[in-house]
Design a protein around this ligand. Structure first.
Ligand code: ZN
Length: 239
């Protein structure tokens, strides 16, 4: 059966000389495995990592075959810089890990495209883009932290954050083992991100002081909820 959808290539691997196996995150079918034949002759741009395209596919029982596509965005500026590319690859890796096969989630695709677009525009600090993406993704996946009050007693004082318990904690309730101190700036940024639609997410940058604290907290939050070692983060640490 021939189907039409839109999607972004998360991974590509060559098969023999002419063909490729692609992992694509699509608007209508979630994550799919798609084979592209004779890619040197046709579909060169479509069958490349980061290419976001309108796609015409042949649907087999457990995979797809690329017939043709029209590239909507190829994010060329992202590819010009090793850091930009590495952060973009991190977003792709995260979606590869949490995206489900044959289960569409249009929010995941939208968040991914907006995130890569923010990297492409090169106006916001890359760590900020990563952490904004992380927090919104965790919210979409159902791990929204509760920051409205102390999660144990309801007090308005919010001076600690527990990733395991999933929220803010007051100075009287120090039960959580993994508590880290949190400041008003980081709390405000997190609340802002949780309230924003995906369209408005990548519209602000953060000064260094707030940025460090905020990105550290989000890193811990991801580690607690996502049991996966990101290859792209290992690579980023090494360069
Ligand atoms: Zn409390």
């Amino acid at each position: 059966m021939i189907v039409e959808t839109r999607g972004i290539v998360l991974q590509e691997s060559p098969i023999r000389e002419k063909d490729k196996r692609l992992l694509i995150y699509t608007k209508d079918f979630g994550k799919i495995v798609c084979f592209a034949k004779n890619v040197r002759k046709r579909n060169v741009a479509v069958a490349s990592v980061l290419s976001y395209s309108d796609l015409r596919l042949f649907q087999n029982r457990d995979s797809y075959q690329l017939i043709e596509g029209t590239v909507l965005k190829s994010f060329e500026h992202v590819k010009e810089d090793i850091f930009s590319l590495s952060y973009a690859m991190y977003l792709l890796e995260f979606i590869s890990y949490v995206g489900k096969e044959e289960l569409e989630n249009k929010k995941l695709l939208k968040l991914l495209i907006y995130g890569i677009n923010a990297i492409e525009k090169n106006k916001i600090n890359l760590d900020v883009i990563k952490s904004v993406f992380d927090l919104k993704l965790l919210q979409i996946l159902g791990f929204e932290p509760d920051l409205s009050a102390c999660i144990h007693c309801g007090s308005n004082e919010r001076v600690y954050f527990s990733a395991i318990d999933g929220g803010s904690i007051c100075s009287m309730c120090k039960h959580s083992k993994d508590m880290v101190s949190i400041d008003e700036g980081s709390l405000a940024v997190m609340e802002h991100i949780l309230r924003l639609d995906i369209e408005g997410l990548f519209s602000f940058d953060l000064k260094e002081g707030v940025r460090q604290k905020f990105t550290d907290i989000i890193d811990i939050y991801v580690k607690v909820h996502i049991d996966y070692k990101f290859k792209t983060l290992e690579f980023l640490k090494s360069i």
